[in-house]
Design a protein around this ligand. Structure first.
Ligand code: PMV
Length: 345
């Protein structure tokens, strides 16, 4: 008998960044993210336990991709004590993204969370269990996702998620993310994230190398302390609709700190492109002139995420189309927004 499961799972964008890890994807500081809606991975897992060859085939966008196998095998080996069938079945993974892979949009977050959901789903089917997706179920999926890619553990919850032990939040954990939607004021539940694709090329630095840079950085301790404080501040700020100024201050400081850390290593990385800086400067000018509460954040790449309340969407989109599109690779941007989390297909 063979089994299969299909899930869509979104990417997420960290507002307070996870940058620095220990052991197997345990974070050095807590992070807080928006779950996205349009940037998703769609994954199908097919498992044949009667074929004990342990073979693995990974298809991406319909084409066989042996280059993706090592990462998926490494993930399987981390979770094989829970899902022993991973080593004794033939497995096919079929996945596609709705956004450019390795463009600094966290494709590993959507891909690994989608795969974790499929694994848990197939495991439930094998156990003959009714699929009750209760709080514990989602917590386990978040933990499995973390073992695939740290930030993936935040993608499994709608709207927003908090990952990592945070001061004063006793249910928080380094092992899994917790849902944060209920803690958000209405304005944040309907936030927009327009992602300007400054460069759609491959990332020049893997996030593994980026996290490793933190191990030798003299500023690391101060960074982890600041991130802890920023999670505390931001989680309080986002409970009120009337807090956009402070939201903007924290988000932009977090984004630039992430890149400043990368630029501070003995072997530094520079992931911003000239277009990234031009967009940021244009944004500061636009915000000062119009008083529209739009701000930016960055991931580990050159693309700029513009964050703003839905009520300002028309004016912001008009500005993007007239002023900012010149900085986008092929004029491309993705109109994303805070979303509802994963979905079984
Ligand atoms: O999950 P990883 O190992 O790809 O690390 C992600 C790190 C950042 O995207 C830069 C920040 C974050 O918290 O998502």
């Amino acid at each position: 008998m063979s089994y299969s499961a299909s899930w869509r799972s979104p990417s997420n964008i960290a507002l307070v960044k996870y940058w620095g890890k220990r052991d197997i994807q345990l974070p050095e500081n807590p992070s807080l993210s928006f779950t996205l809606s349009e940037c998703v991975s769609v994954t199908t897992l097919e498992v044949n336990p009667d074929d004990a060859s342990g073979s693995l085939a990974v298809f991406f966008d319909g084409a066989l991709q042996p280059a993706f196998e090592p990462k998926i095998r490494a993930f399987f080996s981390r979770i094989a004590d829970r899902f022993t069938w991973l080593n004794t079945s033939s497995i096919v993974v079929r996945s596609h993204n709705t956004f450019p892979h390795s463009a600094g949009i966290a494709s590993s977050a959507s891909a690994m969370s989608a795969l974790a959901l499929c694994i848990k789903d197939v495991d439930d089917q094998m156990a003959g269990e009714a699929l009750t997706h209760n709080v514990d179920w989602w917590q386990e999926v978040s933990e499995i996702s973390r073992l695939g890619s740290g930030s993936a553990c935040r993608s499994v919850f709608s709207h927003a998620a908090l990952w990592g032990q945070a001061t004063g939040i006793k249910e928080s954990s380094d092992h899994y993310a917790i849902p944060w939607a209920d803690k958000l004021a209405p304005v944040y539940k309907d936030f927009r994230d327009t992602i300007l694709i400054i460069s759609a090329g491959e990332k020049s630095v893997s996030s593994t190398a980026g996290h490793a840079l933190m191990n030798d950085l003299p500023y690391a301790t101060a960074r982890y302390r600041t991130a802890r404080q920023n999670v505390e501040r931001l989680s309080a700020v986002m409970q009120s609709d009337d807090s956009l100024d402070e939201f903007i201050t924290i988000c932009e400081s977090e984004a630039l700190q992430l890149h400043a850390l990368m630029m501070s290593g003995e072997k530094p990385f520079m992931l911003m492109e000239p277009g990234t800086i031009s967009v940021i400067k244009s944004l500061w000018h636009f915000r000062a002139e119009t008083k529209i509460p739009v701000c930016f954040t960055l991931d580990a790449g050159p693309n700029v995420h513009l964050l703003y309340p839905a009520s300002h969407a028309d004016k912001v989109m008009n500005w993007i189309r007239t002023e900012l599109v010149q900085y986008c690779d092929g004029g491309r941007f993705i109109e994303d927004r805070v979303g509802e989390g994963p979905e079984k297909i």
